[in-house]
Design a protein around this ligand. Structure first.
Ligand code: NAD
Length: 527
């Protein structure tokens, strides 16, 4: 391991327009298709069956769901592994992340293909997910080294003072299905690089790609017991949250489940010897403000891609466009045309419009379309779309004239449904934007410096974007996390993130007590 790593740089996006890369991606999808339908683990009564949302008859993988005994065993294994893993050096742990990043990079298209098939991402969306996974591995490796080298500048006379960032213990990592590679790997990597061990429970909608990641980590040299993979749904997740041995919970998912975890983790179990820490990143009802003075075409484009990239199934997706009444009609007309041009279809063929993830999501989105029909005026989409694979497709849907307190303006749909609201002026737009339980991302389109500055101060979101889309956060440049009920604002991919996976231990040693020889020895050891 080099003592220092080269500066962090975001992974470049893949250019699928290049005929050679396109051919390679087609080959990767064919190669992964040949591996579909396998079983993972010894199948018992409970199984997690993952299917392709674009063709639900295609089984991606069948996984054994963890039994209560297996959950206990995984936690115990993680506890045992913690003793040795936490005693290792930050350098070794960081080196492992960098090695894993290199291996994902080498197999980039293969992982993209798993994402296309398991969760229905188009090629560019899958590429962004894999690139972000690499970024998290590389970034957290560097951050762990930085924390490890942190010095304590104030020294009390007659003492040697140190603040060390030590690991917490065993963590439960519970990711969502929608960034099943980047978020799953990111929360896991942040945990283990700090010296913690984890039980990882992926979403039942994306179990296979997690299985492939854990296999890669093992290949990269990760010792047994550091990442313990359990498959299953809410029952497995809640058992982990309630375990008296689980020191922290890194969760990304819905507001409902996140708040439940927050409450349950707060209840001290008999025999529990610590206060559990929760790192919770939840949903959004993200708004884009379109001011009358902006470049309207740019705003239409920004809203369309923020709302309908990956079928609106991003926590950062724009689900409210708040448009100044002076440009409202023109905006709605342009947007309706732009959205009507989005083709839904099989992500394996690289269609832009993605399926929603499962039958429950399909029904939920169609219910919200009914609500939208009652609350506003439909100007694009509004129906399910049948495809040769009979996937869970819904046409990108836009409702205009949605009132600010209506359900479509307040509830997270998590699908391809956008509400357009009318504002009287910029003050009104900011008021509407902030009138929500959430506070994750937001964007403003305006050519006014003064309005941008007001948004900088008054638009209450964790990730604010100006004159650009509100999706596509980049590791390092856009540390990610939300305000209000959107989460604990953990700022994944930022310089403070790893602190959440450590505890600070302050040590004060009186100097001159141990022999000079021992002191020299300790200095050599970096103590
Ligand atoms: P979800 O809340 O349904 O599930 C998330 C995870 O929690 C899954 O692994 C699930 O199996 C598990 N789970 C479910 N019930 C549980 C329980 N009672 N106890 C413990 N674990 C439980 O969310 P989802 O559908 O997978 O993901 C979509 C949601 O995630 C959306 O609301 C989206 O906005 C949000 N999200 C947020 C961010 C962010 O960074 N803020 C990023 C991606 C997704």
């Amino acid at each position: 391991m080099q003592a220092t790593l080269p500066p962090f740089r975001n992974e470049a996006f893949t250019d699928f327009a290049d005929p050679q890369i396109k051919e390679n991606m087609t080959a990767a999808i064919a190669a992964v298709t040949a591996q579909l339908g396998r079983t993972y683990g010894t199948l018992a009564a409970e199984q997690v069956v993952s299917v392709n949302p674009a063709r639900p008859a295609q089984v991606i993988g069948t996984h054994a769901a963890a039994t209560p005994a297996e959950i206990d065993a995984a936690i115990q294994t993680a506890q045992e592994a913690f003793a040795t893993w936490s005693a290792g050096s930050a350098q070794e742990r960081a080196a492992l992340l960098v090695k894993a990043a290199g291996m994902v990079r080498e197999r980039h298209l293969e992982f993209c293909a798993w994402l296309v098939l398991e969760v229905g991402k188009n090629w560019a969306e899958a590429d962004a997910d894999v690139g972000e996974c690499i970024d998290f591995l590389e970034f957290y490796a560097r951050e762990a080294l930085r924390l490890d080298a942190a010095i304590t500048p104030i020294q009390f006379p007659g003492e040697r003072n140190q603040l060390r960032y030590v690991p917490l213990g065993v963590g439960a990592v519970i990711p969502p299905w929608n960034f099943p590679f980047a978020i799953m790997a990111g929360m896991t990597a942040a945990s283990i690089v700090c010296g913690n061990t984890v039980v990882l429970k992926p979403s039942p909608d994306a179990p296979t790609v997690a299985e492939r990641f854990v296999a890669l980590m093992t290949e990269a040299g990760l010792p047994g017991g550091v990442i313990n993979l359990l498959q299953g749904g809410a029952e497995v997740g809640s058992a982990l949250v309630e375990s008296k041995h689980v020191r922290f919970i890194a969760f990304t998912g819905s507001k409902k489940v996140g708040l439940e975890i927050h409450e349950r983790a707060a209840r001290t179990q008999p025999g529990q010897r610590f206060i559990k820490r929760t790192i919770l990143e939840l949903g959004g009802k993200d708004a884009i403000i379109v001011d009358a003075d902006c470049d309207l075409d740019a705003a239409v484009e920004g809203v369309a891609v923020s709302a309908f990239g990956f079928g609106g199934q991003k926590c950062s997706a724009c689900s409210r466009a708040i448009v100044d009444e002076r440009v409202y009609d023109a905006f709605c007309d342009k947007l309706a045309k732009r959205v009507a041009s989005i083709q839904v279809g099989d992500p394996a063929d690289n269609a832009y419009g993605a399926p929603v993830i499962n039958t429950a999501a399909f029904e939920r989105v169609l219910r919200y379309i009914e609500i939208g029909n009652a609350e506003g005026k439909l100007i694009a989409g509004g129906t399910a779309v049948d495809t040769p694979g009979h996937g869970y497709f819904v046409a990108p849907t836009v409702f205009r004239d949605i009132a600010k307190d209506s359900r479509l303006a307040q509830e997270e749909v998590f699908g391809p449904v956008l509400a357009v609201l009318r504002s009287k002026d910029f003050d009104d737009a900011l008021r509407i934007a902030n009138d929500t339980d959430y506070g994750l991302t937001g964007a403003v389109y305006t050519s006014s410096r003064a309005k941008l500055e007001r948004a900088r101060r008054e638009f209450h979101v964790g990730n604010l974007y100006m004159n650009r889309k509100c999706t596509g956060a980049m590791v390092g440049a856009h540390p990610f996390g939300g305000f209000n009920l959107s989460g604990t604002d953990s700022k994944a991919g930022g310089p403070d993130y790893l602190l959440l996976f450590t505890q600070g231990k302050s040590v004060a040693e009186k100097v001159g007590v141990v022999s000079a020889h021992d002191e020299e020895e300790e200095q050599r050891m970096g103590l």
